[in-house]
Design a protein around this ligand. Structure first.
Ligand code: LLP
Length: 394
């Protein structure tokens, strides 16, 4: 089937497997939680409308961080009451849009957001549900660049800065949620559990003061096999979660992004050139960091498959054609011998792959294809050269 697709679509293209997304969703939906729980897909991991639409059909909500993501979540079928808005830099436009849509919760990360949400809601005759993202000062033990739960960072607010009594007096808002998210690609479940415990204990403290929090939003961050060979131990995580929530009546939300889509996608690419540079063999493909930024940004190497039958191996650096020296997808990697015209697959690029792609060097963004057991179809067409000029005025 892959040969047929390469003939039909040309490279590069992202190829998603709908069945894998479904398996991931089912795995989470079948966990044996002893508390009220809802999963909200973090749209930033992959905002393709077809993918969002599939996910919403499985009783998932959405987590968004911009007006654009909110628009796409609504367009793909999510009900506003199943959408949460996070983010440390919401604009007035973001907030007004979220308020008028009356979504499940706007989780604030700056105290100034509260006044704006209150005043704008009152001016529209509305009351808006809000959450407060707490910075628990807990290390996710993940890559530094995707850690978000430590003091000194830009995320969330510290609990002691919040004047809960005045929040309760605002008539335009209703405080329903405490939230947190200590980072992405977390494989040490103990750190996640520690952060959940912190949030539970803060909500318990508030309850003693007569302030009742309905929902605890524990964020996402479930680690998959990526920069290490480890993934989150869901069994231990589930067991500990049930324990720490025993006897509590909070509703719980999780916001997984990567876990749902990471393994579902391959980026199919063609080898343009192979050359020798000093003692290095360099493969230049028609994919670059414009199509998959994570290796250049986080120094991770995606699993790679070469679509040829070579039995001999060599060590290669795999690069793109961008005029930047960070434009590598892998370095010093042992692969079957590669020649010009071969095809290469970069695996597990479903999360933060297409969503972080750009048109840098005026490269048209690739086509996206979704397959299942029976068929495949295009879910995003390739940018045309005209698309690259759209919105520009000469
Ligand atoms: N909730 C919040 C508030 C978030 O900031 C994020 C991710 C998520 C949920 C979903 O996290 P996940 O389950 O996908 O780990 N570009 C980086 C990842 C950045 C994650 C940003 N926030 C990467 O490619 O590794």
């Amino acid at each position: 089937m892959i040969d047929k697709m390469i003939n039909e679509f040309n490279t590069p293209f992202y190829l998603y497997n709908e069945n894998i997304i479904q398996e991931k969703i089912q795995f989470l939906n079948n966990l044996n939680f002893k508390f009220d729980c809802k999963f909200h897909f973090a749209v930033k991991a992959n905002p393709n409308l077809a993918i969002l639409n599939r996910i919403h059909l499985h009783n998932f909500g959405a987590e968004v961080v911009s007006a654009g993501e909110l628009f796409k979540a609504l367009k793909s079928g999510f009900d506003p009451t199943n959408i949460i808005f996070d983010g440390p830099g919401k604009t007035e436009f973001d907030l007004k849009y979220a308020i008028t849509q009356q979504i499940r919760s706007i989780n604030i990360e700056n105290l100034d957001e509260i006044d704006f949400i209150n005043e704008y809601s009152l001016s529209k005759g509305l009351q808006t549900n809000i959450g407060i993202r707490i910075n628990p000062n807990i290390d996710g033990y993940t890559l530094d660049k995707i850690t978000t739960g430590k003091t000194g960072g830009k995320f969330g607010v510290s609990f002691d800065q919040i004047d809960f009594d005045s929040i309760l007096n605002f008539k335009g808002i209703k405080l329903t949620t405490l939230s947190e998210h200590i980072g992405s690609q977390i494989t040490d479940h103990n750190q996640l559990i520690k952060s959940y415990q912190e949030l539970i204990s803060l909500a318990d403290q508030l309850l003693k003061k007569g302030i009742s929090i309905e929902t605890l939003d524990f964020g996402g961050g479930f680690g998959v096999i990526d920069h290490s060979d480890q993934e989150l131990n869901f069994q231990e995580w589930e067991k500990d979660l049930n324990k720490i929530l025993e006897g509590k009546s909070y509703k719980v939300i999780f916001e997984p992004g990567r876990y749902i889509v990471a393994d579902s996608c391959e980026l199919i690419s063609k080898v343009l050139y192979v050359k020798q540079s000093g003692n290095k063999k360099i493969v230049i493909t028609d994919c670059s960091f414009s199509e998959y930024l994570r290796p250049a940004l986080y120094d991770i190497t995606p699993p790679i498959e070469v679509l040829n039958k070579s039995k001999d191996f060599d060590v290669y650096d795999i690069a793109g054609g961008i005029c930047e020296s960070t434009d590598y997808l892998a370095k010093d990697i042992k692969l079957p011998q590669i020649k010009k015209g071969d095809y290469i697959k970069f695996l597990n690029v479903g999360a933060y792959g297409s969503s972080m792609s750009s048109t840098y060097n005026s490269r048209p963004r690739p086509l996206e294809v979704m397959m299942n057991k029976e068929e495949y179809r295009v879910i995003r067409s390739r940018d045309t050269l005209e698309d690259l000029c759209k919105n520009e005025i000469m």
